[in-house]
Write a protein that binds this ligand. Structure first.
Ligand SMILES: *[C@@H]1O[C@H](CO)[C@@H](O)[C@H](O)[C@H]1NC(C)=O
Ligand SMILES: *[C@@H]1O[C@H](CO)[C@@H](O)[C@H](O)[C@H]1NC(C)=O
Length: 442
């Protein structure tokens, strides 16, 4: 009898402990790029548009703030949109906490959105180099968070990106793309060792400054930032609430205009650039001492599209020769980038079955292995027009990534970003289907 009661008690205690921690649970970082509020037409995403997503998010991460190189302080990239002196969007997002009390609202700085200068990462490196500049940044970040009632800071620190590598040596025109973000030098940063040490110091100082207010400090490792060059995992790990690995945009039409390929595979397809996949990034951080429960895997809510030509062949199998970014979608307005709703509209559906040309539906190729992701394509017509190849995330593949995170016991997922998920429910009626599907399998 006592034995049974005793074991019952143990079970009850264990249940209450795990219930407590279940409420902590894996993180779901929901990014919202606030500049979407300024887009025209279909691409416009205002704060009230993202509200229905929030019950599924542990964190709302508002992007993006930048750096003022004159005084090393954090600054709103668009003061008229974000600050109280303007439209007050910072205040609008932090006010959401009144209706969603468990939600943490963080401000993200960097994120490849702070692109005003010629080599935008240079000021991020320069700031690290002086103790005075770091202090100016820390103090300004602290007071910005405090003023607007944010719960913390997401450091999507900009570093020079690794150079794109070609998978195959196809002949073709040399590309003259978007080279602003990565250096052409074989040495990415001659002072990398110093910068790595100083970045750890910045993170430590931020952590100390935030302690009293319990502000959270997270790190986003942006695509093509080589962590083995710029980040000291052991010095960083204890000072960070999470490490968000932006494991997407591995292959993009800007970086790799001549070569279409999976943009965010979980595992490496054969004969690809080593490291450009989710599992390689996660493994790197785990092997270098990062706690698994702090690692957050980024899931994009958009696809990347390349123009196909005659040279691309008719099989659609990647990697395949391509001719740069495909035409922008009506929502994103960005060449080669399609929100999930835009991709969905291009897949076969009753409304486009009889359309021709640029509206002819794509052929979807699934991924029964659940390792690489899905793609859809349309070969060019007889006039060499309307060829299109898109690598994208859908609710199923997003769910597969969440299942990977769960199986590995990692710290959660991010959705990057809410504005490119189907926030209107135009695809299948459900709003935020990527976020929901991922959350469901986490
Ligand atoms: C629950 O979470 C707390 C605080 O994060 C931690 O100290 C504790 O070890 C966790 N307990 C279990 C059973 O995981
Ligand atoms: C990252 O840097 C290391 C050297 O520190 C190098 O071996 C590796 O190839 C680099 N990775 C990429 C993707 O450039």
């Amino acid at each position: 009898m006592w034995l049974i009661l005793g074991s019952l008690l143990v079970i009850l205690l264990a249940a209450s402990v795990s219930a407590q921690n279940a409420t902590v649970g894996p993180r779901v970082l929901c990014y919202y790029d606030g500049s979407a509020a300024l887009r025209e037409g279909l691409g416009k995403v205002i704060v009230s548009d993202i509200e229905l997503a929030l019950p599924f998010c542990t964190h709302l991460i508002y992007g993006f703030a930048g750096l003022n190189p004159e005084n090393s302080k954090i600054r709103a990239l668009d003061a008229t949109l974000d600050l109280d002196s303007g439209k007050g969007q910072y205040r609008q997002v932090t006010s959401l906490k009144q209706r969603y009390p468990g939600l943490k609202v963080l401000l993200s700085v960097g994120g490849y959105k702070d692109l005003s200068e010629d080599k935008p990462y240079e000021k991020y490196l320069a700031l690290l180099e002086s103790g005075g500049s770091r202090t100016a940044f820390v103090n300004s970040a602290y007071s910005l968070l405090k003023t607007y009632s944010f719960d913390g800071l997401d450091l999507a620190w900009q570093f020079p990106q690794s150079k794109p590598k070609r998978i195959r040596g196809w002949t073709g025109k040399l590309w003259h793309g978007f080279k602003k973000l990565f250096t052409g030098d074989s040495v990415l940063d001659p002072k990398a060792d110093e910068h790595r040490e100083e970045f750890s110091a910045l993170v430590r100082d931020l952590k100390n400054a935030f302690k009293h207010d319990n502000f959270q400090l997270g790190l986003t490792v942006l695509p093509h930032v080589n962590e083995s060059i710029f980040m000291d995992v052991l010095l960083l790990k204890d000072n960070l609430e999470y490490v968000h690995l932006a494991t997407f945009d591995q292959q993009t039409p800007e970086r790799n205009p001549k070569e279409g390929d999976f943009t965010a595979p979980i595992y490496e397809p054969t004969e690809r650039v080593v490291g450009n996949n989710v599992d390689a990034k996660v493994t790197y951080w785990l092997n270098n001492g990062a706690p698994s429960n702090k690692l957050v895997v980024g899931i994009p809510s958009y696809g990347r599209g390349w123009k196909l030509t005659e040279e691309s062949g008719i099989t659609g199998v990647p990697p395949l020769p391509a001719d740069g970014p495909a035409a922008p979608g009506p929502q994103s307005g960005i060449p080669g980038l399609y929100s999930w709703a835009e991709v969905c509209a291009k897949l076969p559906n009753p409304g486009n079955a009889n359309l021709k040309g640029a509206d002819f539906p794509l052929r979807k190729i699934g991924d029964p292995t659940r390792r690489f992701g899905v793609y859809a394509y349309r070969v060019p017509d007889e006039n060499e027009e309307h060829g299109l190849w898109i690598s994208y995330e859908d609710p199923d593949t997003a769910g597969n990534k969440a299942a990977y995170v769960k199986a590995k016991g990692l710290g959660g997922i991010s959705i990057f970003d809410l504005g490119y998920d189907d926030f209107k429910g135009s695809c299948a009626g459900d709003k935020f289907p990527i976020l929901r599907a991922a959350k469901y399998r986490l």
